[in-house]
Design a protein around this ligand. Sequence first.
Ligand SMILES: Nc1nc2c(ncn2[C@@H]2O[C@H](COP(=O)(O)OP(=O)(O)OP(=O)(O)O)[C@@H](O)[C@H]2O)c(=O)[nH]1
Ligand SMILES: [Mg+2]
Length: 196
Amino acid sequence: MILPFQKAEFYKAYGLRDQLPPSKGAELVFAGRSNVGKSSLINKLCGRKALARVSSTPGKTATINFFTLCAEVSLVDLPGYGYAKRSDDEKRRWASLMEHYFNSGRDIRLVVLLLDSRHKPSADDFNMLDFLRQAELPFMVVLTKTDKLNKTEYRENMAKFEEWLRPYPVLRTMPFTVNEMQSTEQLRELLEELTR
Ligand SMILES: Nc1nc2c(ncn2[C@@H]2O[C@H](COP(=O)(O)OP(=O)(O)OP(=O)(O)O)[C@@H](O)[C@H]2O)c(=O)[nH]1
Ligand SMILES: [Mg+2]
């Protein structure tokens, strides 16, 4: 699929009180723990500084945010999970948002699950992996913040992730750093390939 990232425009936010926006064709969904870098990655893909809001405080994105690329394709920025300081009410709201989104018969073409390359996936990450496998959704993994690893750590962690992800039907796993143009370009190409 041709993905005109440079044409991205904010479309709608969905936060339970609002209606889930009508589906506008295929959706590419970005999921992952709070603070893993979803909004930063979407901004890079689209070549924009502040299309999606980024924050060093976890829990920045609390709604499901939809961005339109063209009439046929949208990007979806999911609110992060696993943020310990959230209240039980907030956690219930998050679960309810996810359930509505994933069970509304949308054309989810690809889920991009972001995992922090520095750490073993958390229990919540494994829950997400289990969910994706069980729902039979096509998904790839992006390992973020690899700039924070030295060469040895990088090598070791890539090998470990291979083990951790082995039980799951991951289409592709890619290391990623927001501040490397090459990384962004590679990811754009991979997304086009996986949605073909
Ligand atoms: N060093 C480094 N920092 C990154 C990278 N990607 C994101 N960050 C930083 O990580 C923090 C969180 O980034 P966000 O993009 O807001 O994370 P998010 O996954 O959208 O978080 P929520 O909206 O809370 O779910 C910010 O301070 C970013 O600048 C990366 O590749 N390398
Ligand atoms: Mg965010």
